[in-house]
Design a protein around this ligand. Structure first.
Ligand code: AP5
Ligand code: MG
Length: 220
């Protein structure tokens, strides 16, 4: 299965991509995670991305386009992939179409996580991530077993620097201006599936499971 998860910051793309990647046996490709990883490793790409990410701006198209094209050409992507956070601009979407055409791997569906502003703000302000492995939690919705500690690796949980109030506002503006037009782009391609992003984790996972069982692709 080849999917794009589209939606505003905090919609739950990363959370649900992790589950879908297991259920559908597809690789999870998150441009945000890849950029944060490069940042942790202090690579030239990471250092270039840092200034944009801190302000909640998009990293330049050519950087992310090349990163995704390289990732999708790796052998494991042939079994299926879930793109989380890419494409985010019209140019990224057009380049993805070209890359997938060349690889003969057309998209099956674009899941648009339609989410209200109130829910987005509550999710982003309460999100905590592991400082070591990057696993995501939430202070109310998805609590770790021990407060402030990652269930997976035992490291400290921190707030993402771009989850501070002033940066959230800018990220939402950037989303509306540069990414929201992709809803229409994929509607025109007859490829868009709307997902009720305001639902809590369990009912939303059940919704997604039903959707893919209908499509005959998920494990029961
Ligand atoms: P990125 O990391 O992609 O951030 P984003 O798109 O802003 O999205 P988020 O990761 O904030 O939200 P999410 O939808 O994944 O929500 P999550 O599942 O964590 O990008 C970061 C930056 O990198 C960008 O600003 C940009 O600078 C750069 N970048 C990345 N891709 C780029 C690109 N293509 N082009 C250019 N620049 C790019 O959930 C949020 C919280 O809510 C969590 O705490 C979670 O536990 C909780 N939660 C999730 N779902 C539910 C639910 N259903 N019910 C209750 N709680 C929930
Ligand atoms: Mg994410």
């Amino acid at each position: 299965m080849r999917l794009v998860l589209l939606g505003p910051p905090g919609a739950g793309k990363g959370t649900h991509a992790q589950v879908l990647s297991k259920d559908l046996n597809a690789v999870h490709v998150s441009t945000g995670d890849m950029l944060r990883e490069s940042l942790r490793a202090a690579t030239p790409l990471g250092l270039k991305a840092k200034t944009y990410m801190e302000k909640g701006e998009l990293v330049p198209d050519e950087v992310v386009i090349a990163m995704v094209a390289e990732r999708l050409s790796k052998p494991d992507a042939a079994k299926g992939f879930i793109l989380d956070g890419f494409p985010r601009t019209a140019d990224q979407a057009k380049s993805l179409d070209k890359t997938l055409e060349a690889l003969k791997m057309p998209l099956d569906s674009v899941l648009y996580f339609k989410t209200s502003l109130e829910v987005i703000v509550a999710r982003l302000s309460g999100r905590r991530v592991c400082s070591k492995c990057g696993k995501t939690f939430h202070i109310r919705n998805f609590r770790p077993k021990v407060e402030g500690i990652c269930d997976a690796c035992g490291s400290a949980l921190v707030q993402r620097p771009d989850d501070r109030e002033e940066t959230i506002k800018n990220r939402l503006e950037v989303y509306e201006k540069q990414t929201a037009p992709l809803i229409e782009y994929y509607q025109k391609q007859n490829n868009l599936e709307e997902v009720p992003g305001d639902l809590e984790v369990d009912p939303l996972q059940a919704f997604l499971k039903d959707l893919f069982i209908q499509k005959g692709t998920a494990k029961r």
